[in-house]
Each structure stands twice: as C-alpha cells, then as structure tokens.
Design a protein around this ligand. Structure first.
Ligand SMILES: NC(=O)C1=CN([C@@H]2O[C@H](COP(=O)(O)OP(=O)(O)OC[C@H]3O[C@@H](n4cnc5c(N)ncnc54)[C@H](O)[C@@H]3O)[C@@H](O)[C@H]2O)C=CC1
Ligand SMILES: O=C(O)[C@H]1O[C@H](OP(=O)(O)OP(=O)(O)OC[C@H]2O[C@@H](n3ccc(=O)[nH]c3=O)[C@H](O)[C@@H]2O)[C@H](O)[C@@H](O)[C@@H]1O
Length: 431
C-alpha cells in the first residue's frame, strides 16, 4: 500500500521506516525542511536503535520525504497524523499542531479525486478525532467523511529507545474507525505483523492510549509512594516489589521506585486526561496524586544530599544522567531538569555527564560543566546524583575514588555499594 506520514519525530520517523520495512511505499511529510533533507539523504532525524539502518535501506527506494502535502496525498492511500500534542499552560492538551496538520491535509484531499483515509496516530484526548480532526478535514476539503474520505484513530504504544522493536512486535494494535472501510485500510497496513487487531470506535481508541499510559504512570507513582514509606521503616522496597510482582494480577514491571517518570508522554498524557476529566466535570483525584508524587520525587534527591553535606552553595555536584531514561537522547520532562534547576538555585557548581543527551541539555542549562565521561564529572565532586538508568553507571567503582567527598545519592537503584572496591557514603532515594 501507499501511505504518507505527517510529522517525522519519534513516532513518525519510526512508523515511516517500519511501514517501509513491511513492504509499503512511504512518503514522510514534515514542515521542518532540515528533517526532510535528512530523511532524503537516508539519515534518521532522531536516534533510535535500528532506525538508521532502515532509513538507509529504504530511502529513495520506497521511502521519501517532502514538505508538500498535495504530492503526498495524491500519491498515497492513507495519511497518518503523527505530530506533537504538547501540554497547554494549564496542563490540558494543546491541539494546535494537530489542527494545523488536519487543515493542510484537508486542503490536499480537496484536490484528490479518489478515496483517502485520515488516520490520527498522535495521542489525542477522547472525542478529538471525531469532533476536531474530522470537521476540519471536511471544512478544508469540502468533502464528506465516511463517503469521500475515511477516518480512523490508531494509537501508538512504542517506547523510546526500543521504538523500532516495539513497532514491529506490538502486543496490541488498536484501530478505532468511523466505518468498516476506513478500518480495513488501516488494518491492511499491519497485516504482516503477528498481532491481533482491536477494532473499536475512535473515542475508545483514544481512551485506550490514555488508560495505558496513565496506568503505567500510576504504577510508578504507587511504587514511589510505597518506596518512601519503606525507606522510613528501613524496609527494602525492591524486595517488597519483587515479591508483590510475582502476583500475575499485579506484574513486576513499572514498580521500580526512584526519581520518578519523565519523557515526552507520561507527564503530559496524565495531565491531558486530567484536563479532559475536569472539562466534563469530573475531578480525577487519583490521577492528580500520580502527578503530585512524581513532582515531589526528584527533589528528594536534593534533600538527601543536603542531609549528608549541608548547604550546597559552591559545592561541586556531579549529575550522572540527563536523558529521561536510558538508551535515548531525549530530555523531555527528564527528572534531571528540576534537579539541575534546584541545584543552580542553591548556587551549587554542577558537573554533568550523559552518554547521549549532553547536547540537548546544554541548550537548557548552558551554565553546567558538561563532561565526556562519568569519571570526569566525578573528579573533586562533593556529591553525586544518579538520575538516569544508564547501564554504564552500574559498572562505576574506582571512579568514585576521585571525589572530594564520596557521597552518592542513587535515583535509579543502580549501585550496589557492598560490591564496590571503594567505600562510598551511599543513599538510595527510597531504599
Ligand atoms: N515519543 C514517543 O515515544 C511517543 C509519542 N506518542 C505521541 O505521538 C505524537 C508525536 O510525538 P513525537 O513523535 O514524540 O513528536 P515530535 O515532536 O518528536 O515530532 C513531531 C514532528 O511533527 C512535525 N510537524 C509539526 N507540525 C507539522 C505540520 N503541520 N505538518 C507536518 N509536520 C509537522 C515536527 O516538525 C516534528 O518533526 C504525540 O501525540 C505523542 O504523544 C505516542 C507514542 C510514543
Ligand atoms: O506514549 C508514549 O510516548 C510512550 O510512553 C512510554 O514510553 P517511554 O516514555 O518511551 O518510556 P518508559 O520506558 O515507559 O519510561 C518512562 C519513564 O518512567 C520511568 N520509570 C519506568 C519504569 C519504572 O518502573 N520506574 C520508572 O521510574 C523511566 O525512568 C522513564 O523516565 C510507554 O512505555 C509507551 O508504551 C508509550 O507509547
């Protein structure tokens, strides 16, 4: 089949490359000319394991990029909207980018003689596909949904860092279409994947995505709350979760307490569904608490540090890990952001290291001294904060020797102090 993908960010570029790998002809559309050029040169616009290889393999064969909606729509059967859905000022969803993409798509569909399917893959709150995207496409195309064009919602569940693998090995595919014809076109695109398709309406598909992310975020905040209680009682919360997680109704994953969840989706999606609930007159107490626990958690790292070394003014603090999690260069909502901001407010001197995310964080905090290795960041440091679950931090040992004061606060349960050859003053955030 022929498909166009609107937006070449994490979801768009991975979907494009994977659809090409499934044998489809793909056209990427982006308003960012730099990304268009990159893709046409066979270079992935973001870092994801396996993505460069797929881009190189299919670019200029079955995968091309353009900023021309008309060209893309004329030469494809369906268009996937994969643009960002950030939080507005009050936390609720900002649909302006989705609206702009829908309008461009509508104008292009106006010039097309044959049937086209509009697919919303961006994470959008329930009712958006039917009450926002559909009317905009109708308005700009002058055509009728369900007759001249189809419309469906197809949420994406991939994780950053494992995006290509997740796309190709989904545990669920959800297609929420307004009619059978639209649903059939979308399902056909996934035919080669070994996964059953859940067919539903657009609103339910939208809700499935939010419930998935909110439930995972709730598990993490629950684990953090329990971890904070366990720490006061001198109970190893990881031992607790290992036992509790053996119950198949609970499941061990996403019960790792630590500095909290970051990333481009959990924080914004929980806030967006809270916003939608408030809009319809329901106060979602539990979800509000999920956000509160998560906001408080990273600052506990600083409190623990202050307990050990007192006033942080002019103290040299090594921040290890800047990305919101391992295996990505993405710093969106990374828990290291509030931590660095607070350290700067307290006049600490910061050295920082991350294997991939240094460049992005530099734009946000130019005053931090960025280092090329963890060892360099630790030199002469009065304290160390471990913020991201990078595997290489697990291997740290002799590197702690060069610290002026070997105080290590671990936000990701990576260091086993008893296994080190060097003695350190170690504290886990909630263990
Ligand atoms: N990042 C992730 O791991 C996941 C994200 N999602 C959802 O997918 C959506 C996209 O997220 P990301 O890929 O992270 O966003 P992103 O911000 O990385 O990429 C969005 C892309 O859209 C382009 N764009 C903006 N306006 C445009 C327009 N009018 N026409 C064409 N292109 C335009 C931007 O230049 C950018 O390249 C969001 O709703 C997000 O919640 C869903 C699952 C996973
Ligand atoms: O909608 C999205 O964008 C995506 O959001 C998450 O994926 P992602 O944000 O890439 O990362 P996760 O691996 O889920 O981790 C999110 C955050 O939770 C933290 N986390 C995770 C697990 C855990 O037990 N504890 C914990 O603090 C991680 O450190 C990280 O900051 C979901 O896992 C994906 O299914 C979803 O598609």
């Amino acid at each position: 089949m022929k498909v166009s993908i609107i937006g070449s960010g994490y979801v768009g570029s991975v979907s494009a490359a994977c659809f090409a790998d499934l044998g489809h002809e793909v056209i990427c559309i982006d308003i960012d000319e730099e990304k268009v050029k990159q893709i046409n040169a066979g270079i992935a616009p973001i870092w994801e394991e396996g993505l460069d290889e797929l881009m190189e393999k299919y670019t200029q064969k079955t995968l091309i990029a353009t900023s021309d909606y008309d060209y893309a729509v004329q030469n494809s059967d369906a268009s996937f909207i994969c643009v960002g859905t950030p939080s507005g000022d009050d936390g609720s969803i900002d649909l302006s980018i989705v609206k702009a993409a829908s309008a461009s798509l509508g104008k292009a569909i106006a010039k097309k003689d044959s049937y086209h399917v509009v697919v919303v893959k961006s994470t959008v709150v329930p009712e958006t596909t039917e009450k926002v995207v559909l009317p905009i496409v109708e308005e700009y195309s002058g055509k009728k949904a369900g007759k001249d064009f189809g419309i469906a919602m197809n949420p994406e569940f991939l994780r950053e860092g494992k995006a290509v693998y997740d796309f190709m090995h989904p545990d669920k595919i959800v297609v929420g279409a307004i009619d059978e014809r639209s649903g059939f076109v979308v399902s056909e695109l996934y035919r080669k994947l070994d996964c059953e398709i859940t067919h539903t309406n657009p609103r339910t598909a939208e809700m499935i995505k939010y419930v998935n992310n909110s439930f995972l975020a709730t598990k993490i905040s629950f684990a953090n709350e329990i971890g904070n209680i366990c720490k006061q009682l001198d109970i190893d919360t990881y031992e607790v979760m290992d036992a509790v997680g053996t119950d198949f109704r609970i499941e061990r994953q996403f019960l790792n307490c630590g500095a909290g969840f970051g990333g481009s989706c959990f924080p914004k999606d929980v806030k967006a569904i809270i916003g939608k609930a408030n809009m319809i007159g329901y106060a979602p107490q539990l979800l509000e608490s999920v956000v509160d626990v998560n906001d408080r958690q990273p600052l506990k790292m600083i409190e623990l540090l202050q307990e050990k070394i007192g006033d942080l003014k002019n103290k040299r603090i090594a921040v290890l890990g800047l990305a919101f999690k391992n295996d990505t260069d993405d710093i969106r909502e990374s828990r290291s952001i509030p931590v660095i901001a607070e350290l700067l407010r307290l006049d600490a001197d910061i050295t920082a290291y991350d294997p991939m995310a240094e460049e992005s964080m530099k734009k946000l905090f130019p005053a931090v001294a960025y280092c090329k290795t963890a060892a360099q960041a630790l030199q002469e440091a009065d304290g160390c904060l471990i913020m991201t679950e990078w595997g290489e931090f697990r291997e740290l040992d002799k590197e702690f020797n060069s610290m002026a004061n070997r105080v290590v606060i671990d936000g990701r349960h990576l260091i086993k102090p008893e296994r080190l050859s060097v003695e350190i003053d170690y504290e886990g955030i909630c263990w």
